[in-house]
Design a protein around this ligand. Structure first.
Ligand code: CA
Length: 223
């Protein structure tokens, strides 16, 4: 398994190279966005760990170029705490997962392994669940012929649920992926957001796709 790390901070890059190397991965490092782009476009990797803030070419631009060049390699995006809109932007540009700095290495490793497992069933840029279409690149969603009018964060939430369709996502995972926050377990921020999303995605239509799994979270699937 071959990984590319695009990270300009030497200590972080060395730490990742060592940790992932010990975990059995073959690791390549690019120290800026330009080198990262060259390697990502010309070599084959099973996964790219991409820092957002990079000299030369930033992570979002690099990600956009990869996807527009048809490179579907999974990308784990690294952003700094607080860059909420940046993270939403990354999701919309086709990142497969996020991690917020500072992160625990064990969590990064778990996510890398999860992405690798999903790689076999690599998803296309346009997801179809029943009559729901989620265009991850075009940032559009529709049900049948009806275009859904979604705010950026609603789209981010919907695309997270759609990318992991059939998988029950806990409120914690949703909060972390969409808002970069660790809400208290009794916080209802996620519930409020899901309710709002349902009003647009499910309420006007006979077939409901977003389901509540009591005590666990939410799942998007055609039942
Ligand atoms: Ca950086």
């Amino acid at each position: 398994m071959r990984l590319l790390i695009v990270e300009d901070e030497p200590k972080s890059a060395a730490f990742l190279r060592e940790g992932l190397g010990e975990a059995g991965f073959n690791v390549d490092v690019a120290e800026d966005g330009v080198e990262g782009r060259f390697k990502a476009l010309h070599m084959d990797y099973d996964l790219i760990i991409l820092d957002a803030m990079l000299p030369g070419l930033d992570g979002w631009s690099l990600l956009r170029e990869l996807r527009s060049n048809g490179k579907s390699v999974p990308v784990l995006f690294l952003t700094a705490r607080g860059e909420v809109t940046d993270r939403v932007k990354g999701l919309e540009l086709g990142a497969d997962d996020y991690l917020v700095k500072p992160y625990a290495f064990t969590e990064l490793l778990a996510r890398v392994r999860a992405l690798m497992r999903r790689r076999g069933a690599r998803q296309p840029d346009v997801l179809q669940i029943a009559d729901l279409t989620v265009d991850l690149l075009g940032r559009r969603a529709s049900r049948g012929e009806a275009r859904l009018d979604l705010a950026p964060q609603e789209f981010a939430l919907l695309s997270l649920l759609a990318r992991r369709q059939g998988e029950v996502l806990s409120r914690l995972v949703i909060a972390e992926q969409v808002w970069d926050m660790n809400f208290d377990s009794d916080s209802n921020v996620v519930d409020v957001a899901v309710r709002r999303l349902r009003r647009k995605v499910d309420d006007p239509f006979p077939v409901k796709l977003i389901h509540t799994v009591r005590g666990m979270g939410y799942v998007l699937e055609a039942r």
